[in-house]
Design a protein around this ligand. Structure first.
Ligand SMILES: *Cc1c(COP(=O)(O)O)cnc(C)c1O
Length: 402
């Protein structure tokens, strides 16, 4: 059966809200609209109970205690809060912070701001497979290092970093580990205790929850609690660490999304990895000059980042207008800049520009994968024919005896 068009294969950018999460959210817009900060009546109590229930659901997903979570507006805010707060609270201990070249812009810009304020910043390179080199990490750490921020799963190439080993190295030097887990939470098993993660950023809209809601986990158990200071001050919500009336419907949706993810992660991961392999194999069987970006196994099940050597990604996307995908460029301006992640893997500008990111998710079907593969093959072939140099004129047929 032909799939319904257009097809959505951009699940790393955002995901639809799961209908089960949406249903749970709805009463909190109207019937149960109370402010959880209202302590004097039932409207407030009900809202507060719903918020705390969601906190438990999210905590269970990552192996945290509910009281270790602070609701935020998403991973951008959580990353900024974690990094800024750590830099301020631990300034006495040291002024050196470490991260990697493939982090999300919300981490990289937070670090850039700290560098402007006089902190020492190290941005570690990654290998061609997107993995952080643990020896380079070890060598970068000093007694002045207070924080290392390494993402759990990359949003472009899907690569998963070995957080457990990273945390061991980081803790040996007395520093703390922050991980941006926006793409990883609910997709792969994560446990802040066993993996030794001190701070973790979450956002709901990448795991079938609503946009504009996320959380920061900051360790309070197991050793000295992580110290924080707020970015937003006012009513003293979230133990004074993030003021502002809580977005109760969104929090309820985030909690249900986290619970569903926890229950369905294993099976969904297997299904998506199967579909991803199907897509990859179909493309590989029909096209030459195809390159997989990122480690072939240590990656998110729904991620496939491919460079189509010699093909302009923007032209490819235009040809694939009924398949929603991302390219390897930030097309925020007239001349797109190649993705910093692909550049960090060592790709040339041309190869970065010839990259497509396929992001498969909860509602991706085999029919959609097949359609996307067929269309991609067709468009890549057409573009390659167009850009192929005209056949050389036959050499002058000089007589052999001349
Ligand atoms: C989407 C994303 C973010 C930003 O999350 P928002 O909730 O949209 O602010 C941060 N880091 C990674 C890895 C992401 O994929």
């Amino acid at each position: 059966m032909a799939p319904k068009l257009p097809i959505y294969l951009d699940y790393h950018a955002t995901t639809p809200v799961d209908p089960r999460a949406l249903e749970a959210m709805l009463p909190f817009f109207h019937q149960r609209f109370g402010n959880p900060a209202s302590k004097t009546h039932r409207f407030g109590w009900e809202a507060d109970e719903a918020v705390e229930r969601a906190r438990e659901q999210l905590a269970a997903l990552i192996g945290a205690e509910p009281k270790e979570l602070i609701w935020t507006s998403g991973a951008t805010e959580s990353n900024n809060l974690a990094i800024q707060a750590l830099a301020r609270c631990y300034r006495q201990k040291g002024n050196h912070l470490v991260t990697t070249a493939i982090e999300h812009k919300s981490v990289l810009y937070a670090y850039k701001r700290l560098a402007e304020q006089g902190y020492q910043i190290t941005v570690l390179p990654v290998g061609r497979d997107g993995l952080l080199d643990l020896e380079k990490l070890r060598a970068a750490l000093t007694d002045a290092t207070i924080l290392v921020s390494v993402m759990a799963a990359n949003n472009e190439i899907g690569v998963l970093q070995p957080l457990e080993e990273i945390s061991r190295i980081v803790h040996q030097r007395g520093a703390l580990l922050h991980s941006d887990a926006a793409q990883a939470c609910g997709k792969i098993p994560l446990n802040v205790r066993t993996q030794g993660i001190d701070l973790l950023s979450f956002t709901a809209h990448k795991v079938y929850g609503p946009k504009g809601i996320g959380a920061l986990y900051a360790r309070r158990r197991g050793g000295k609690p992580v110290e924080l200071v707020p970015m937003l001050e006012g009513g003293g919500h979230e133990r004074g660490l993030r003021s502002g009336t809580l977005n109760v419907p969104a929090i309820v949706g985030a909690g249900v999304a986290a619970e569903i993810a926890q229950q369905e992660m294993a099976e969904e991961g297997r299904r998506l990895a199967g579909l991803r392999e199907r897509l990859h194999q179909k493309l590989q069987a029909e096209l030459s000059g195809l390159r997989l970006n990122g480690h072939p196994e240590r990656r998110l099940p729904g991620n496939l980042s491919l460079s189509f050597v010699g093909v302009e990604g923007e032209a490819l996307l235009m040809g694939l207008h009924d398949v929603a995908l991302s390219s390897g460029s930030a097309c925020t301006s007239a001349n797109p800049t190649p993705s910093h992640v692909l550049k960090a893997l060592g790709l040339s500008d041309a190869d970065a520009h010839s990259t497509l990111r396929f992001g498969l998710g909860r509602w991706t079907t085999p029919e959609e994968v097949d359609y996307a593969a067929e269309r991609t093959i067709e468009v890549v072939r057409r573009l390659r024919e167009l850009s192929a140099p005209p056949p050389r004129p036959a050499a002058d047929p000089k007589p052999r005896w001349a």
